[in-house]
Design a protein around this ligand. Structure first.
Ligand code: URA
Ligand code: URA
Length: 253
């Protein structure tokens, strides 16, 4: 590693140490074994790509502020977080997450869009309305599931989240996952799936498969915004949701 990379890595780790986080692993799916770091084997552990050095990924073991509930975590983040540059790029508010705090099923999208930015709730625009129908297609209600995004502030012009934004915000998603403890996670679209699974395998290859992730079974599928543009992909999405339903029924793979 160059001196420059080393300096940046040190600064980055210091940022997490300031949040009370110690310990790291390269594995995104890793959770602390019982007795290690967190009391009673409490899962803890965000993995983050180091900004500008995506080859250096560290999973962080939380050993400081303990967020006993989603409300505590939401309060910690605050409605007007300034931890990344998106706070200066026109976002209105943090869009934390919504739904059943002990849901068996969790959906993870990419980032808030303009409707979400105004309302402070994920997936409330056109794509969100389609997501609600997708949830209802497996005989569940939107209130039964938990919904969040990889990053919690709207990127300008709906561009993709940038690596430093993901690195800063993703640990909060990981804490949400560890608090909700869903049995099944649906990663919505290419960005969420590739970002969570630390891969550049195309979404067409990732979808329809079960990927172990932080104690859950993660199933990638197409993003509802993509389905609005490519309605012919709804058939595969329905296949993915049938798989999700069978996993929830314990007919797992
Ligand atoms: N697209 C996303 O990825 N997330 C939202 O919350 C809304 C649209
Ligand atoms: N491209 C995306 O960004 N998401 C999808 O779900 C499919 C194509």
């Amino acid at each position: 590693m160059s001196d420059d990379a080393r300096t940046q890595l040190r600064a980055h780790l210091q940022f997490y140490a300031d949040l009370g986080i110690t310990g790291f692993s390269r594995e995104a799916a890793w959770t602390a074994p019982p007795g290690v770091g967190a009391p009673s084997g409490e899962p803890a552990l965000p993995t983050i790509p180091v900004p500008d050095h995506p080859h250096v990924a560290v999973a962080l073991q939380v050993d400081g502020p303990r967020f006993g509930s989603l409300d505590e975590l939401r309060t910690h983040i605050g409605p007007q977080c300034t931890r990344c540059k998106l706070c200066t790029l026109g976002r209105t508010q943090v869009v934390f997450g919504v739904g059943n705090p002990s849901a068996d099923l969790m959906f993870v999208g990419e980032a808030p869009g303009s409707d979400e930015d105004v309302q402070g709730i994920p997936f409330v625009g056109r794509a969100g309305q389609l997501l609600t129908k997708i949830i209802e297609a497996i005989e569940m209600r939107r209130e039964d599931v938990y919904i969040a995004n990889v990053i919690k502030c709207r990127p300008p012009g709906n561009r993709n989240p940038e690596p430093d934004e993901v690195a800063t915000c993703e640990p909060f998603l990981f804490r949400q996952i560890d608090l909700v403890k869903p049995r099944v996670i649906v990663a919505l679209g290419k960005f969420a799936a590739q970002s969570l699974l630390r891969t550049d395998t195309p979404i067409t290859k990732l979808r329809g498969q079960v990927h172990p992730f932080r104690g859950a079974q993660l199933v990638p599928t197409f993003h509802p915004a993509y389905l609005l543009r490519s309605p012919d992909k709804k058939r595969e999405t329905w296949e993915d949701m049938k798989l999700v339903r069978s996993l929830l029924r314990g007919e797992g793979r």
